[in-house]
Ligand binder design. Structure first.
Ligand code: URA
Ligand code: SF4
Length: 225
């Protein structure tokens, strides 16, 4: 939190609160050294209210890299990505698409949980562009270390982080985009975030949304072969 000239608190962190993650990147960039270094990152304000950095799960040899938004409450508590409700839906969709989760590399655009408290509950806040930009050096280093054949962006935050520009998910789905810098060999695919599908559970449109999500994952997996 920063202060305006009259001393009032604002919700806008100052640039001093967001120096960017670059300063914390180790010289040797293996997944192990990156993971270790990320736990000390102070590249933006989000580390302050979080319990854990949630770096990633998976191997450097993975052909498919899945990029989510940011850890949620359960991920922040355990330090592992996609272990909460959205993660369970993702697991169902991966299974339906015949993709073994353990063969993928799973990460997030932003590595700390952005949220606010209401009583004892911790309510998710979307990371803003400043968080995405501050955290980007980690994602770039992961892309360079893993060199996946395909990158799947799960939702708008991942798209903004991976491609560096905003894109409407509805129009970008089903297309292959060229990967950025370190991952220029990678094909980039765009799909919805699993929590958007999860919100439809028990409602009209769930089956269709789930099948479409599975179809996007299958298309990405076949491009990785
Ligand atoms: N949502 C995400 O985008 N990432 C996680 O790790 C969990 C939920
Ligand atoms: Fe660093 Fe990213 Fe966490 Fe911000 S969200 S402190 S840039 S790891």
């Amino acid at each position: 939190m920063s202060k305006t000239s009259d001393g009032a608190k604002t919700d806008h962190p100052s640039d001093a609160d967001r120096p960017g993650a670059e300063l914390w990147l180790p010289e040797r960039r293996t997944l192990t050294s990156l993971r270790e270094a990320a736990s000390g990152c102070r590249g933006c304000e989000l580390w302050r209210d979080a319990r854990h950095v949630v770096f990633s799960q998976g191997r450097a040899s993975a052909a498919i890299m899945l990029v989510g938004e940011q850890p949620g409450d359960q991920e922040d508590t355990t330090g592992e990505p996609f272990v909460g409700p959205a993660g369970r839906l993702l697991d169902e969709a991966l299974e339906a698409a015949h993709i073994d989760r353990s063969s993928t590399y799973l990460t997030n655009a932003v590595k700390h949980f952005r949220h606010h408290a209401v009583g004892k509950r911790r309510i998710h806040d979307k990371p803003d562009v400043g968080n995405i930009v501050a955290c980007h050096p980690w994602l770039e280093a992961e892309l360079a270390a893993v060199k996946p054949a395909v990158v799947v962006c799960l939702g708008a935050t991942a798209v903004r982080a991976v491609l560096g520009r905003p894109l409407a998910i509805s129009r970008a789905r089903g297309q292959r985009f060229d990967g950025p810098d370190a991952a220029s060999e990678a094909g980039v695919f765009v799909t919805t975030h699993p929590s958007a599908v999860l919100r439809l559970r028990g409602k009209d449109g769930f089956d269709e949304a789930f099948d479409r999500f599975v179809g996007d994952l299958e298309a990405a997996a076949s491009a990785a072969r």
